[in-house]
Ligand binder design. Structure first.
Ligand code: ZN
Length: 84
């Protein structure tokens, strides 16, 4: 069961599935709804998509090594800045 309101951390976990079209319809909906009102996640989605497009001719959807750790660290920084 997908929570009624998902937060950014949930969205980040769904982003690669979202881009790969691997999500349940309900998950996809939630992510989409979140992206409509969250600039951070929209930006993340854009940059993640760009990376995937760069590697798309090989149909390789693996993110570069360490990418997701760096991404999450960056996101945590953003979150703290917004809260501060
Ligand atoms: Zn968000």
């Amino acid at each position: 069961m997908v929570p009624l309101v998902i937060d950014c951390k949930h969205v980040w976990e769904y982003i690669s599935g979202y881009l790969d079209n691997n999500l349940e319809a309900s998950e996809r909906n939630e992510v989409q709804k979140h992206l409509e009102h969250c600039e951070i996640c929209s930006a993340i989605l854009d940059s993640t998509r760009n990376i995937l497009i760069l590697s798309a001719d090989e149909r390789v959807f693996e993110l570069p090594l360490g990418f997701s750790e760096r991404l999450h660290a960056r996101l945590d920084e953003e979150m703290q800045r917004i809260k501060a």
